[in-house]
Design a protein around this ligand. Structure first.
Ligand code: SF4
Length: 373
């Protein structure tokens, strides 16, 4: 089982408490972005395109704790930017562990070996290492030759020291399902606890606009990847969300399920879009026009989106919303092979990986600095 029982229990009891209180909209995972600065400049990223003065801004540890307490979720994901560039990241993590929050510190792991002494192994702390596939694919995706080897080195060191480690993988058009499956094998052999997956979102600000997936292509790709699963693969995600990606079930987006707090405040409506900010979490819930978002809203910005920050909370809500949802989840955990001969044929289709016909853009930018604004 990829997620420890104590964590599952904490999340399950939290969701059931929200249901018993009759809360229609409740948060599940806080996406806490303490900075946007990064030591990579991935072609599909919309976060690092801010002007220099914004990239220098950081949340203080106190601002992070206030947001976490305001929101009240049992789980906090810390993406960015690269959180290991934050000079107070050790203090932030320590404060959240003391509050018994399950933390997923999302990192490209380039600095993990160097910074690891700032952290202590805990059941509450997981390094969620960004790896977009096998060596060649990952290096292309993050525009850095040697990026895969460096990240794997960080993973090895964290595992050696007894930390929880997962991978997080974003897939774009041109992903080769066979290679992604081989990557899963490699990660299991490396010894990570579980893997997380999401299709990429077509950020308007991202430099590479050509390789974002539409919904039909997303389902086809994930059906090819996730059908006929090897028994050794472990995913640190809702099994119903994976079924959603494979086209086996429909969900509507619940953007309030993974709210985002960053240097501008509470971001409306979700991790991906920026339609304004609220000063408090309560204000975010009250003042956002939620009906304007999600696939069914007809909002063109949501038309192709199937990302985990919008839809995984919908899947978790489904699990705990009815006996049918609970049974579907239990069945998905017990019978996780998803045998599908047609999906096997999809694996034999020729795919031309992006790095076959486009050269890797090696970025020359100076390493991002640890600076206080
Ligand atoms: S569908 Fe995607 S872009 Fe639209 S609100 Fe949901 S998560 Fe955000």
């Amino acid at each position: 089982m990829a997620v420890p029982l104590s964590q599952m229990w904490t999340v399950a009891t939290y969701v059931l408490r929200q249901k018993m209180k009759g809360r229609k909209r409740y948060p599940l995972v806080l996406m806490l972005e303490p900075l946007f600065r990064c030591n990579l400049a991935c072609a599909g990223c919309g976060k690092i395109q801010y002007p220099g003065h914004v990239l220098k801004m950081e949340l203080t540890p106190e601002e992070c704790f206030k947001a976490v307490e305001e929101c009240g979720t049992p789980t906090v994901a810390i993406p960015g930017g690269e959180p290991l560039l934050h000079p107070g990241i050790g203090e932030i993590v320590e404060g959240l562990v003391a509050r018994k929050k399950y933390i997923y510190l999302c990192t490209n792991a380039l600095l993990l070996k160097q910074k690891i002494d700032q952290f202590r192994p805990s059941k509450y702390l997981t390094f969620s290492v960004h790896l977009d596939g096998q060596r060649e694919h990952h290096d292309f995706s993050v525009c850095l030759e040697g990026g895969y080897d460096k990240a794997v080195e960080g993973v090895r060191e964290a595992l050696r020291r007894g930390f929880r480690v997962t991978t997080n993988t974003t897939l774009f058009d041109g992903a080769d399902p066979k290679s992604v499956r081989a990557f899963f094998d490699e990660m299991m052999e490396l010894g990570v606890e579980g893997m997380m997956l999401s299709p990429g979102y077509s950020y308007e600000k991202a430099p590479d606009q050509q390789h974002f997936l539409g919904r039909a292509r997303t389902r086809r790709l994930f059906r090819a990847i996730l059908s006929n699963r090897r028994t050794k693969w472990r995913f640190n995600m809702s099994p119903l969300f994976l079924e959603f990606l494979m086209g086996k079930r429909e969900y509507e987006c619940t953007p309030w399920g993974m709210p985002t707090y960053n240097v501008f405040g509470w971001q409306k409506p979700c991790y991906l879009l920026q339609d304004g900010y609220a000063d408090t979490f309560a204000e975010l819930l009250e003042s956002t026009e939620w009906a304007h978002y999600g696939f069914e809203s007809g909002n063109p910005k949501c038309a192709n989106c199937m990302v985990h920050s919008g839809y995984e909370a919908s899947a978790v809500n489904d699990t705990f919303g009815s006996l049918r949802g609970l049974w579907a989840t239990t069945r998905a955990m017990l019978f996780s092979r998803y045998q599908d001969p047609e999906a096997l044929e999809l694996l034999n289709e020729e795919v031309r990986p992006v790095h076959d016909f486009a050269s890797l853009v090696q970025l020359e930018s100076a390493p991002a600095q640890e600076t206080r604004s």
